[in-house]
Design a protein around this ligand. Structure first.
Ligand code: DGL
Length: 270
């Protein structure tokens, strides 16, 4: 019997941060990934549009035989997850709750910074979930809208990335946080730059990484782990121009995108 997929989507390339972790943690699990490269960014759109896009991303993934869906997009997780939960026969997990738990566990001085897209920061979801974990934790949140285009165009290190990081992170550094949530799945690609601006002693929480750990625990508990290793079963789809995704994605995964990348018309899925 063919194994069922873990379905993952993001508005673009950023969800590969979760894919990379999952491939390391669960190398035998087949993954189907959708990057909505034709409609990225989500983070600057209205809640209504983000929910509409998320519904169609889930409808597309639901055409596969799945064991679960991971919303590897901070914006869709914070804004759309409550609107899509329960709409398909498999569980849907976002990246926010695992990241909030990890941040609350990591902070020693109870000061946590949160960065994300305009949409994620506007939702207040990270700050709310961290407060639910520990009401003594103070948070400071900053939207960093330039980070996503920097990542999508491959400018993850160098002067432009550094200038943007210095501008966005100044108030968070001044607040004296010891933990920073990279509340958008694109941001771990800027980790080196963000870490150098924040300085030593600040723990960076990568939502894709902590969510991959959560997925492993969930599949293990539910006895859903793949029973045999069959190579090359991953599937990657985008809604625009597979070539760019292939180039940047392969560089990020440190390997060619397994099985290549196919373009689909996401507007057909509702
Ligand atoms: N993937 C989105 C997120 O994690 C960032 C890119 C976008 O704005 O669509 O919030």
């Amino acid at each position: 019997m063919p194994e069922r997929y873990i379905g993952i989507f993001d508005s673009g390339l950023g969800g590969l941060t979760a894919v990379k972790e999952l491939m390391q943690l669960l190398p035998d699990e087949p993954i189907v990934y959708f990057g909505d490269t034709g409609r990225v960014p989500y983070g600057t759109k209205s809640n209504e549009t983000i929910i509409k896009y998320t519904k169609s991303d889930i409808a597309f993934l639901n055409t596969f035989d799945l064991k679960m869906i991971v919303i590897a997009c901070g914006t869709a997780s914070t804004i759309a997850l409550p609107h899509v939960d329960g709409t398909v026969p498999v569980p849907i997990f976002g990246v926010v709750s695992a990241a909030a738990k990890a941040a609350a566990a990591a902070t020693k001085n109870k000061k946590v910074g949160i960065i994300g897209t305009n949409g994620s920061i506007r939702s207040g979801a990270y700050a709310r979930l961290i407060a639910e974990e520990d009401s003594a934790i103070e948070t400071v949140s900053v939207a960093c809208p330039l980070f996503v285009p920097l990542v999508e165009t491959g400018h993850t290190t160098g002067e432009i990335a550094r200038l943007a990081a210095e501008e966005y992170l100044e108030s968070i550094r001044d607040f004296g946080v010891d933990t920073l949530v990279l509340g958008c799945t694109h941001y771990p690609l800027l980790k080196e730059t963000i870490a150098s601006v924040m300085g030593d002693g600040v723990t960076l929480i990568d939502p894709g990484q902590v969510t991959a750990g959560f997925v492993k625990d969930y599949l293990t508990e539910q006895n859903l782990l793949c029973r045999e290793a069959v190579p090359h079963r991953h599937r990657f789809y985008v809604s625009d121009c597979p070539e760019d995704f292939m180039t940047l994605g392969s560089a990020f995964l440190n390997r060619p995108i397994p099985g290549g990348v196919e373009q689909i018309d996401i507007e057909k899925y509702m």
